[in-house]
Design a protein around this ligand. Structure first.
Ligand code: KG4
Ligand code: ZN
Length: 346
């Protein structure tokens, strides 16, 4: 079954063709990062206008790269939420037009569930029951998945999402947007133990909280400023890592990254043991973080799987895959399908 996926929930206009929910024939992503970087974050009004400009060329390119014609498609899957209403509407309306014109089945997909299905696109079929840690700019969820469509929410963020914390701390450190990749890069030149930052364990709960950590970084930087000091820059390439005890940009980035990864890994490890799962899947933009991947694989005691970074951040191949499994259950949406900006997975 050839499914055309369309994704436009935030600041990527994306289209992809995926066979049987598993084989990616094309995965086209038009990123608006540069447009929004000037504002330090996504501007909703600007995002929806950019989606309007890009949606038709991106879908056409996805078909071209898949070497397919409209007639080869069997269904259309589209993100229906959560996300920015104006952005979601562009993808939803494009998918309705295609489904109507070609007489194709239409399926609306939950973006968070879509992220999980990035793991069905890497040639290694996940085995149930499994734990999925979904960490993106908008969400931090620890979910027990016992089959397709069967989810139990174990924990979620009580304030900032993990990616949101990366983005906000990057802004505090003057590292630009999006923050995750910038912090990862800076952290590679630093030592994580130089600055002791707080970890919110929230007792035995599987929930997360990252706003205290973000505030701790902010207070440190403010204190330095009040003392008339500046954050020491990262060492130049070849100079070795940051000097211990120095609050340098790289040491602070490494300490922050370490604090986030500590909490994500330890809560996942504990849940993997309690629920006796067969594997752990990582999903969402933060799942492309190299330190998180490495430490999770070293720690949890079961197989850890994650997609390559291009399938961790927003893309339409994951939407096509997730849509395929819903279509297999006989699910369909009609042409009056709406957008759901606050949609939950569970
Ligand atoms: O999944 P995604 O593309 O969009 C949402 O659905 O939110 O995730 C974007 C988030 C951003 O917050 C970005 O800073 C973060 O993922 N991110 C990373 C890395 N790459 C992207 N965070 C940490 N390390 C990375 N390497
Ligand atoms: Zn996403």
């Amino acid at each position: 079954m050839n499914v055309l996926g369309i994704e436009s929930s935030c600041d990527e206009t994306a289209a992809a063709v995926v066979i049987d929910g598993r084989r990616v024939l094309s995965n086209v992503i038009a990123s608006q990062v540069e447009v929004h970087a000037a504002f330090g974050g996504v501007v909703p009004e600007v995002a929806s206008r950019q989606h309007l400009l890009w949606i038709a060329p991106v879908v056409e390119q996805a078909l071209r790269e898949a070497k397919m014609d409209w007639a080869n498609l069997d269904a259309v899957a589209v993100t229906k939420g959560p996300g920015l209403a104006g952005s979601l509407l562009v993808g939803i309306n494009a998918s309705k037009a295609i489904a109507f014109a070609r007489g194709l089945p239409l399926i609306g997909v939950n973006h968070i569930e879509g992220h999980i299905y990035g793991n069905w696109l890497i040639g290694k079929e996940p085995v149930f029951p499994l734990l999925c840690l979904i960490v993106s700019g908008g969400h931090s969820n620890l979910i027990l998945m016992s089959n397709h469509g069967e989810y139990r929410l174990l924990g979620r963020t009580r304030d900032d999402a993990a990616g949101e914390a990366f983005d906000k701390v990057a802004r505090i450190l003057g590292l630009g947007y999006p923050g995750g990749p910038a912090i990862q890069k800076a952290a590679q030149g630093g030592e994580p133990d130089t600055v002791r930052l707080p970890r919110a364990w929230l007792r035995q709960s599987y929930d997360f909280s990252f706003s205290g950590l973000k505030t701790a970084v902010l207070r440190l930087v403010e204190k330095l400023q009040q003392e008339g000091k500046e954050l020491a820059p990262c060492p130049a390439p070849g100079e070795g890592k940051g000097v211990a005890q120095t609050i340098s940009l790289c040491n602070l980035a490494a300490s922050f990254e370490d604090a986030v990864v500590d909490v994500l890994v330890e809560k996942t490890r504990r849940a993997a043991e309690e629920f006796d799962v067969k594997m752990v899947l990582l999903a969402g933009g933060v799942a492309s973080n190299a330190s998180l991947r490495r430490r999770m694989a070293e720690t949890v005691g079961v197989t850890v799987q994650f997609p390559p970074p291009i399938l961790c951040t927003d893309n339409a191949a994951m939407i096509a895959s997730c849509g395929y499994f819903h279509l297999q259950q006989g699910e369909r949406n009609s042409l009056d399908m709406d957008v759901y900006p606050n949609l939950k997975l569970v």
